[in-house]
Design a binder for this molecule. Structure first.
Ligand code: ATP
Ligand code: MG
Length: 488
């Protein structure tokens, strides 16, 4: 598969057994999504053959893929939000009454049967807009089951899920497997591979770096196959003396929706980890600080001075930068090139009268390409064409280019491959060394434990605890996250 300037897949062979969970791994930009988009009929391969059940097959569009029993659950779920669960499951294939009218009752009944098979008690009449990500994913899976798909493809399905929802998804995948369904499973979380997969195919630069039975390999080998070198030190966090003064102080912050009396402070050069369950209010803290959500009560002080941040523009002016959870919602102009995106927020600084200072602009762009090992054919490549993880890196570069005083990172390594994760931790350390105060929201507990100087644990819109030193351990943080301390 060739795109202008990139050979995304170069002679890749891949096989999938019946009833197998086959993990497809590789660095950001290795070609995983491209391969499954070919199977889904979104792209047409430049060359190669495809066999299903031993018979030669051709996929020249999404309908072909569907007819062959291939169903892809994309990372960005694509359900119709204003329709019900049942309407989504049977969309385009509605049951009709003799009168020709849509038979909603039958749809609800059939949907219920499928959902029950998946162990879900979801009411088929519920509107999708009111569902959690995990529930929406179940609807997608139910939809695939209803068309009798035999091959399920899941592209980073757990990236947006809370821990117990991940476990539920695993159960579903296992029950699919018991019913003879085969699953191609993409994830950057290696632990998942060892609980779930039977085999692994590793892609590297568009070629197959290796195929292993999961029982015959280990984490180190997979990482080495993926990045082509051993990674000795995974979490990079230098124990620094944080001598800088308080740069940010938040007092009794509340918002209309979610936050109640949130107080904390951040020093220059400090990395604070925000931990808690999905929905605890961590992202809302970021949004309130950045002027997106309206503050109903409380105060924010920057370097001791009270500030009134009413919009992201205000926040940027005060030296704040937010790298949001979802790279699509904010940050990237998908139809513009990578270089444009990186320098978008700092354009003013190299405008010389009417022309831009190309040299300075290119200097900035190149330095970030190197710093974050961004994989693109050049700075001229369109952002929407980059792999998911590389889009994430471009958002980070864009924010770093503004030289923030306070950097807020919401799930900074979600969807990022292991090699690049290490790079991101390095960058965070360097920034902290240079006095930048960092707020890191993360659902990855090891990341919280290893990277933070202090940890703030949130529960139900409030700060449950601020943890330091040897208290930064899994047990303490989980106790506060789950609100267990309240019942003592
Ligand atoms: N529509 C496109 N036009 C041009 N290049 C593309 C297009 N889609 C993908 N590419 C390129 O093909 C390569 C493989 O991308 P792909 O999205 O398959 O990576 P990936 O393995 O899924 O990575 P990630 O883990 O970051 O999601 C990348 O270099 C990417 O920039
Ligand atoms: Mg991808």
């Amino acid at each position: 598969m060739r795109f202008p300037g990139v050979l995304a897949l170069d002679g890749v062979s891949f096989s999938l057994n019946r009833g197998e969970v086959h993990a497809l791994l590789g660095e950001n930009g290795a070609g995983k999504s491209t391969l499954i988009k070919i199977l889904a009929g979104i792209y047409t391969a430049g060359s190669g053959e495809l066999y299903i059940g031993g018979k030669k097959a051709a996929i020249n569009g999404v309908n072909d893929a569907r007819a062959l029993g291939i169903s892809v659950i994309h990372q960005e779920l694509c359900l119709a939000k204003n329709l019900s669960v049942a309407e989504n499951i049977f969309m385009g294939r509605e049951f009709k009454k003799l009168s020709g009218l849509v038979d909603k009752q039958k749809a609800n009944l059939e949907a219920k049967k499928i959902l029950e098979k998946l162990g879900s008690a979801l009411d088929p009449r519920t509107r999708v807009s009111g569902l959690s990500t995990a529930q929406q994913q179940i609807v997608e899976i139910a939809k695939s089951l209803s068309v009798d798909a035999k091959i399920f493809v899941m592209d980073e399905p757990t990236a947006m899920l809370a821990k117990n929802d991940v476990e539920k998804l695993f159960e579903i995948v296992k029950s699919l497997q018991q019913n003879g369904i085969s699953v191609i499973y993409i994830s950057h979380r290696l632990d998942e591979i060892f609980t779930l997969a039977d085999r692994v195919t590793m892609l590297r630069d568009g070629t197959v770096a290796g195929v292993r039975n999961v029982t015959d390999t280990n984490r180190q080998e997979l990482i080495k196959m993926m990045v082509g070198r051993e990674i000795q030190q995974f979490y990079i966090h230098e124990k620094r003396n944080i001598s800088g003064g308080v740069v940010l102080e938040v007092k009794n912050l509340s918002t209309i929706d979610k936050l109640r009396n949130v107080s904390f402070s951040l020093k220059k050069g400090e990395i604070i980890g925000f931990s808690g369950l999905v929905g605890a209010g961590r992202t809302e803290v970021a949004r309130a600080l950045y002027g997106i959500d309206q503050i109903s009560e409380g105060e924010i002080y920057l370097n001791g001075e009270k500030v009134n941040i009413k919009s992201p523009q205000d926040a940027i002016r005060h030296g704040l930068a937010l790298v949001p959870e979802s790279r699509r919602d904010d940050g990237l102009v998908m139809i513009q090139n990578v270089g444009f995106n990186i320098t978008l927020a700092v354009l003013d600084s190299f405008m010389q009268l009417v022309t831009t200072n190309k040299q300075k602009e290119n200097g900035i762009i190149n330095s970030f390409f190197e710093l974050l090992s961004i994989r693109a054919s050049s700075a001229k490549q369109i952002a929407g064409e980059l792999s998911g993880g590389n889009q994430q890196k471009v958002v980070l570069a864009k924010k770093l280019a503004t030289k923030p005083v306070i950097l807020i990172l919401d799930e900074p390594t979600r969807g990022i491959d292991v090699g690049a994760k290490v790079e991101i931790y390095k960058v965070m350390n360097k920034l902290a060394e240079n006095g930048v105060g960092i707020i890191m929201i993360s659902s990855e507990l090891p990341e919280i434990l290893n990277i933070s100087d202090r940890v703030i644990v949130m529960n139900d819109g409030s700060v449950a605890a601020t943890v330091e030193g040897s208290d930064i351990n899994q047990e303490t943080i989980m106790t506060y996250s789950l609100g267990l301390n309240k019942h003592e």
